[in-house]
Design a protein around this ligand. Structure first.
Ligand SMILES: O=C(O)CCC(=O)C(=O)O
Ligand SMILES: [Fe+2]
Length: 515
């Protein structure tokens, strides 16, 4: 596959990008609307011409003879065919809406490329698998316990099925083909299929194929995938169209729920990360909320609302620490965003990278940035220059951050690491609410935090003696519904030398050597 083009506009990985894509579609349709109006105007004019010279009345030879026998008719006929015909011919030959066609050409160059489409498919797959959602719910606008008045089209279901098939996920491929088959006919299918292709072509065959492959591989671990593909191909090849039709009818006779349950028996158990994303961690009862008025002298005047999230390792939230005005300004100052990768180690690989979100460094000097940096010092007691950069992130379609560690020994190349040392602590400000999905999960501590606009979460990545604490592993669950914005600050160890006492490490902390 082609190398990733870093400079190309990415739409799928952030709501900022998706808004640009929506704008692109609006402009595309606007141009077609104008083009269609011009096309209708031309057709109207031609209809007026037809009406003005309607020759329908002179049907028989006798009538025609009578018509041309009159000099007034004969002269008119001569003049029209000599003078007017070439002009009508010219008119017909003129291209309608040249300007609009040019604009459509230009807009097409900005359309998402295949990488962008792959990222969107990967995002949809994350929403489906990490939350354990069913295709029949997704297809009908049901996301978890919320029903939306949105339906996927036949072509949407088909594209999702084809993606799963290519990925070798035959269970979900089969389910999505099934959704496409069961989809009610779409309006204008006859004319649209001429242009877009018929989505039902070979669909039943592909449904049967995916279902058989899944059935064979679920019940038979001894054969390899290629053997199973060959056996399936032979079986399908041998079946008559009527036999294939009967087989599909048999599958379709079962309910979606039954067939999904039957087929999902060999699906793996959810991982702790997935359980956290699904809200499956037990509720905590031994935690308190209080006002923090001790970290810095300033806080004695303006205490912060603090909520304990976890005692060991220490994870804490602060509420009402970022105002709407600050959020607006933060967004205004972060227009140029680039893709982040969930797996930095594969940064040079040509295969599709796991997109996190779009982010940018807020590196321009501003009083508001200094104010937020000072607030971080108030919250954490950490010392650093109030002119340090902050990172802004915006998530998109099913984008996520898989479980990782913020300390540099996990392979993150940070330019600051050499001068500032490792990332001792991390603080995330939530700059938006996220209605569904997008939790920050600490799988090893069974902690799941739902983003709340204006709140922040703070934790340590290292033990007191500076060694990595694997319990700080955390992740961002895929966003299902919402516009997730965050502001991140990594707190480095070197500037803390005079603030943090260097305590010996406790043996009881489950410390693991060199991970
Ligand atoms: O946004 C979040 O909740 C966490 C982000 C994160 O882990 C990171 O940027 O390193
Ligand atoms: Fe992180």
């Amino acid at each position: 596959s082609p190398r990733y083009d870093e400079k190309k506009e990415r739409y799928s990985s952030s709501t900022v990008g998706l808004l640009k894509l929506l704008e692109l579609e609006i402009q595309f349709i606007e141009n077609i609307k104008t083009y269609t109006e011009l096309l209708s105007a031309k057709a109207n004019t031609l209809q007026e011409f037809i009406d003005s010279v309607d020759r329908g009345k002179e049907k028989s030879v006798a009538e025609r003879e009578k018509y041309v026998s009159n000099p007034l008719n004969a002269f008119g006929l001569m003049r029209r065919t000599h003078q007017d015909f070439p002009k009508w011919h010219n008119y017909i030959n003129t291209t309608v809406g040249k300007e609009q066609i040019q604009s459509l050409d230009d807009l097409l160059t900005k359309a998402p490329d295949s990488q962008d489409m792959k990222e969107a498919l990967a995002g949809m797959k994350r929403i489906e698998t990490i939350y354990g959602l069913q295709s029949y719910d997704l297809a009908k606008g049901r996301l978890q316990d919320k029903q939306y008045n949105i339906q996927l089209s036949i072509r949407d279901c088909l594209a999702l099925g084809q993606h799963k098939y290519q990925e070798g996920d035959f269970f979900r491929a089969s389910m999505w083909y099934r959704m496409a088959i069961k989809h009610e006919p779409e309006p204008y299918a006859e004319s649209f299929n001429e242009i877009l292709g018929d989505p039902l072509k070979n669909l039943k065959r592909n449904y049967a194929r995916a279902t058989i492959i899944y059935g064979l591989s679920a019940g038979n671990q001894s054969q390899n995938t290629q053997q199973i593909l060959d056996i399936t191909e032979e079986a399908i090849h041998k079946s008559s169209p009527a036999e294939l039709e009967a087989l599909v009818a048999e599958f379709l006779n079962q309910t979606d729920e039954d067939i999904a349950r039957e087929m999902s028996v060999s699906e793996p158990w959810p991982t702790p990360y997935e359980i956290g994303c699904r809200g499956g961690f037990p509720k905590r009862t031994n935690l308190v909320c209080r006002y923090n008025s001790t970290t810095t002298p300033f806080l004695r005047l303006a205490p912060l609302k603090m909520e304990e999230v976890n005692h060991d390792p220490y994870i804490v939230m602060y509420h009402e620490v970022l105002s709407d005005r600050e959020i607006d300004e933060m967004k205004r100052r972060s227009s140029k965003m680039s893709n982040g990768w969930a797996d930095q180690k594969e940064a040079n690989s040509t295969k599709i990278r796991d997109i996190v979100c779009r982010h940018s460094w807020w590196s321009e000097q501003s009083t508001i940035r200094e104010r937020i940096n000072r607030r971080i010092t108030d919250m954490t007691g950490f010392d650093f220059a109030p002119t340090e950069d902050l990172q802004v992130a915006n998530y998109g379609l099913g984008t996520h951050f898989k479980p990782h560690y913020d300390y540099t020994s996990d392979g993150y190349e940070t330019p600051d690491a050499l001068t500032l040392g490792d990332r001792l602590g991390s603080i995330i400000f939530y700059a938006s609410d996220v209605p569904q999905g997008g939790a920050t999960v600490f799988p090893r501590n069974r902690v799941s935090i739902l983003p709340r606009k204006g709140s922040s979460v703070f934790w340590f990545n290292l033990y007191d003696d500076g060694r990595p604490d694997i319990r700080s592993q955390h992740s961002v669950c895929p966003v299902i519904v919402g516009d997730r914005w965050t502001l991140t600050k990594w707190l480095h160890i070197v500037p803390q030398m005079f603030v943090m006492p260097c305590k010996p490490r406790k043996k009881s902390q489950g410390y693991k050597e060199n991970i």
